[in-house]
Each structure stands twice: as C-alpha cells, then as structure tokens.
Write a protein that binds this ligand. Structure first.
Ligand SMILES: Nc1ncnc2c1ncn2[C@@H]1O[C@H](COP(=O)(O)OP(=O)(O)O)[C@@H](O)[C@H]1O
Ligand SMILES: [Mg+2]
Length: 313
C-alpha cells in the first residue's frame, strides 16, 4: 500500500457561537485517501463537508484530531501544503473584471511561476477546460458551467498532486454537469488525486472510487458506491404512487412485500431483489398504483436508509 496523501484521524472542528456552547461542525472524522484515488464526501447541506475541505486545504485549523496532507501537518506546513494543492471552492472566487486567460495567468504568478510558464500553462488549461474561444471574455460574461471549468483550470495551474473540489457542479444544468464530469474524468485518468464533496448521489456514483457518507459531522458509512449499495440497500427498488393522501394508508397493506418499505410524502419505495415480482404481488392484492417504476438501488437509497432522510430536501 502506498502512503496515503491525506490521513485524517478523529478530525474535529468546532465553531464559537455567541452565548451558546461551541458548535461541532465536524465530529471525529477518520479517513485516508490513497494517491490517484478519487475520494468523495457525500452528505446533505450542513453535514460539515466544506469545513472538512477547508481543513484539508490548510485554510482552516482543526480543533482536534490529527491531519496529514502529503505527509505534512497543516498546522505547521500550511504554505507548503497549499502550494501543492489545487482548490475549487464551493463559491467561485474568480476575478470578474479580468478575462479568463488573465485569471489563469495571475493565479500562476501568485504561485511564483515565471511569466513565460504562466502563458504556456494558461493556454494549455484553457484548452483542457474547453474555453479557448472564451480566453479574452470577461469572467462576468461566462455561464455558470464555464466559470466552474475555469476555476478547475485555475486550480491546476501549479500541477497539484491533489485537487480539492467543493460541490463542483451544484447549481449547474444537466448538460453543463456532464461536460464538467467529463473533464474531471480525464484528470482522474491522468492520475490526479481528486477529493470532492457533493450532495448529488449520481455525481458521487459517477466520479468517486470510494466515499464517505457524512451527516452532522459524522461518518455514516464508507466504501465504494457499489459496496455501499450492496451493504445498505436491496438490488432493486419499486417506486409506487397512490396519490399523496393515500400513500400512508396503502403502505400498511404493502407490509411483507419486499424487504423494507419507505413511505415518502409523494411515493412509496419498496426495497426488494425483484421489483417486477413485487409489483405483481401488489396488483394481485387488488391495489392499482397510479404510477410504478422499477429501478436499481442508488446512493440516495443508502442515505435514506442510514439517516431516515432524503439527501436533497
Ligand atoms: N464560520 C462558521 N461559523 C459558525 N458555524 C459555521 C461556520 N461555517 C460553517 N458553520 C456551520 O457548520 C455546519 C457545517 O457547515 P459546512 O461545512 O459548510 O457544511 P456543508 O458544506 O456540508 O454544507 C453548518 O451547520 C454550518 O452552519
Ligand atoms: Mg458546503
């Protein structure tokens, strides 16, 4: 086993809140990230994902536990660590007054790269981010997806060993998300270590080799997307709708069909290895759902199982 590039042991972050006890945002996270791995933190808003990313990025100090980034303690080696990381924060912080190319160039200079190198890297990265024709456009004029790709390009200017991405596609439309996923996939293929946070289960399934499911600052589960689904859900899910005022009442008559039921406000989820057979049993019992759908289990089902809540509320 190669040495991990990130090792967190019982990592804690508390925030001071006026007139109240300290608020525990990260409550004892332990995890390791191997070189070249694509590692995810999946959890709802407020889970402590950004707080964890800021500690990994050596821009926020931990309140407890141990943390090593590339073998270094961020408390002592902040600048060294920051110079070897690429960071894509949750909120884009590009300079809107400058054009796309200038944003890359200036960031490279900030890292102390020679001007000539910055020019060359800016061109390479604009090509990578598929923004060549936007090189001289002001950042304020770019779409959300373009800004996100530019922020990723900027994060790559120092050839980082690790790229940290905090909610890389939140707020983007489906097409822009797919373009972004494709770019991140390429980075992964090149061996860049990716650490990303997301509250989208499909994003985690697409991009993460391994992930932790986080809720209220704690790890609820850890594994590959497939192993998490295997461990915490059934193979298939039958979704049936009987109308919002009838779902709860009908659910009582569905007990015993499938391994487990989840009654959501708008639908009932029946966890089973065989959704079609479950549906046949329901209709055989004289119940006619308005709509029905059989699908594979997803990380959303894992999260629902572990927390009793939906990931996106
Ligand atoms: N600077 C801060 N001061 C006080 N509380 C904070 C601060 N930053 C974040 N929090 C709180 O910590 C919790 C975790 O926040 P955050 O790490 O941003 O979660 P996530 O990124 O998973 O949505 C939230 O309840 C948030 O309100
Ligand atoms: Mg966040």
């Amino acid at each position: 086993m190669p040495a991990p590039v990130i090792a967190a042991q019982s990592l804690v972050k508390t925030y001071k809140v006026k007139g109240k006890p300290d608020f525990v945002a990260v409550d004892g996270l332990s995890f390791e990230v191997a070189p070249g791995e694509s590692f995810g933190l999946l959890g709802p808003n407020g889970a402590g994902k950004s707080t964890t990313m800021k500690m990994i990025g050596a821009v926020s100090t931990r309140s407890g536990g141990d943390l090593q980034i590339l073998g270094l303690d961020p408390d002592r080696y902040g600048p060294e660590i920051r110079s070897r990381l690429g960071v894509v924060p949750q909120q884009d912080n590009l300079d809107g007054e400058l054009n796309a190319r200038e944003n890359l160039y200036i960031y490279g200079r900030y890292f102390g790269l020679p001007g000539k190198v910055c020019h060359r890297k800016a061109d390479e990265l604009l090509a990578f981010a598929q923004l060549e024709d936007k090189a001289t456009s002001k950042v304020d004029q770019l779409s959300g997806g373009m800004k996100r790709r530019l922020t990723i390009a900027r994060g790559l200017i120092n050839d980082p060993r690790i790229l940290l991405l905090d909610e890389p596609t939140t707020g983007l439309d489906p097409q822009a998300r797919h373009v972004l996923w494709d770019r991140l996939f390429r980075l992964k293929e090149r061996g860049t270590t990716l650490v990303l946070t997301t509250h989208y289960m499909d994003e985690a399934e697409q991009l993460c080799d391994r992930l932790i499911v986080v809720d209220k600052g704690r790890i609820m589960a850890e594994g590959t997307p497939a192993s998490l689904i295997r461990e915490h859900s059934s193979r298939e899910v039958l979704e049936v709708r009987f109308g919002s005022d009838r779902n709860a009442q009908v659910a009582e008559r569905l007990q015993g069909i499938g391994d487990r039921l989840e009654v959501l406000p708008d639908r009932i989820l029946i966890y089973t290895h065989d959704g079609e057979t479950a549906l046949e049993r329901i209709t055989a019992a004289g119940l006619e759902p308005i709509t029905s759908l059989v699908r594979r289990s997803s990380l959303e089902d894992v999260f629902l199982r572990l927390t009793g809540r939906s990931l996106i509320e």
